[in-house]
Design a protein around this ligand. Structure first.
Ligand code: FE
Length: 194
């Protein structure tokens, strides 16, 4: 695949259809500036601001744009909220559609055929392999991303974070929790990290 991409890039550059500097700029942006931190800001805001959460639930595209995020591969966003009764999991069964604008570059497992097939067939087993054990009566809803709609999971706010600032909370929101394969980090995990 790498060789194919390089071959395609060199043809497009040779023919003058794209500029190498523009490609470098896009890759650099997604590798260094655009990443799951953007999505974490959205989730932390939703946890602390009920009006923002309502906006996010009603129109995620505009709520996300309000935080100066959005754009490529994030044009039509839908936010789904985990709660005690329901856990949401995101996949793209067809290929690898992913909300780049809020989560950056997708992890390689997200693009694997095993994840794409098994997330739908046996989501509970997939979650268990990520270390996520849900109570038996928790309903799992699987959302299939498309070129038109990308999903952002809002994980449950961890207990013991009352009074935390938005920035502190954002540190608990890991990328995988916004795909739905893991919960947000526990407050103790942040203490261990510093
Ligand atoms: Fe896709």
């Amino acid at each position: 695949m790498d060789a194919r991409v390089r071959a395609l890039e060199s043809i497009l550059v040779d023919k003058g259809y794209v500029q190498p500097a523009a490609l470098d700029e896009i890759v650099e942006a997604y590798q260094t500036r655009i990443g799951p931190r953007g999505g974490a800001r959205v989730v932390a805001r939703a946890w602390t601001d009920p009006a923002y959460a309502a906006h996010l639930a009603a129109d995620a595209t505009s709520a996300i744009a309000e935080l100066d995020l959005g754009g490529r591969q994030g044009e039509h966003m839908v936010a789904v909220f985990n709660d005690a009764g329901t856990h949401h999991l995101v996949v793209c069964t067809l290929c690898s559609c992913y909300p780049w604008a809020v989560l950056g570059i997708p992890p390689s497992w997200y693009k694997s055929s095993a994840y794409r097939a098994r997330a739908v067939l046996e989501p509970r087993a997939v979650l268990a392999e990520f270390g996520t054990a849900l109570p038996g009566d928790t309903r799992i809803r699987v959302w299939d991303s498309t070129a038109e709609i990308r999903y952002l999971v809002v994980p449950r706010r961890p207990a013991g974070t009352e009074g935390w600032s938005e920035d502190q909370l954002a540190d608990l929101v890991n990328r995988d929790s916004m795909i739905g394969v893991r919960p947000a980090d526990e407050p103790a995990a942040v203490g261990n990290r510093s």
